[in-house]
Design a protein around this ligand. Sequence first.
Ligand SMILES: O=C(O)C(=O)Cc1ccccc1
Length: 319
Amino acid sequence: MPSAGHSAAPTGFAYLGPEGTFAEAALAHLTRSLGAVDRSAQPQPSVGAALAAVRSGACRAALVPMENSVEGSVPATMDGLVDGDPLVVTREVFLPVGFVLAVRPGTTTGQVRTVASHPHALAQCRARIAEVLPGAEVVPTASTADAARRVAAGEHDAAVCAAIAAERYGLDALVADLADHPGAVTRFVLVEQPGVLPEPTGADKTTVTAVIADRTGALLDLLAEFALRGISLTRIESRPTRERLGVYSFSIDCEGHVADARVGDALAALHRLCAEVRFLGSYPRADDHPGKPVDEHVGDDAFAGAQAWLTRVREGRAV
Ligand SMILES: O=C(O)C(=O)Cc1ccccc1
């Protein structure tokens, strides 16, 4: 529930700021495609702050980076969705990301002693930075645009950021294309307070986290619940629970919507099997993948037919 001080229905979209981040570009793309009337965007200093703005009711939703095709998941988002009051993903959006090396006008590569950016951006340009700026100190910042803003303020010599951020902060692109692996894509998710469950579209994804006991075969048991019901996983990774070594929380995306019988049944099975399960949302998939075909025996009709049969058996009726 929104906390005191935010009693009206929350409005506005929080995002990892300041202006000029990839998160801002992804949010603009999403609100345009949703045809959202209220497109007011509220930059936040960190992923944690963006999620906190939703939990407190200060904002209606937050758009945060979840994973990147080159660098993998964003730990601040993974952990931020699991720690604290429940939140759910209601949309996903994929954004191609490219990086420039941005400097104050007139700066040459030889003058760059510090290069700043979001850790994910630095990691995606590691080899090129070492090649173009050997010996430069690499400095992590809260976001790519935060780095650009700090370069403009004279705090650092160069930023790895989007071309639009360089422009926004009056910087020049010394190197136009800095990525080690061209064609990288970042997946962002829109996060809201529970209560909003998007309708099934026929091409959906569901996100869930599960903590399993430290015993032989536990992960296989968890995976079997999906496999037995013909559900394809699109992502699985482990995060430490921070309790002790050996106890992990698995973060899973699967095809389908919790309203689909096979997905609901699998989540209920996880609830029986796992020490902890957190449902993190069902939402339309945005990657243009139609999803794997669903076998007839795990379709909604098959589940409904089996349930009706069981009811007849239990009532002692002829089967
Ligand atoms: O810092 C940004 O601009 C972000 O939106 C996070 C990020 C950083 C690097 C690649 C993709 C997203």
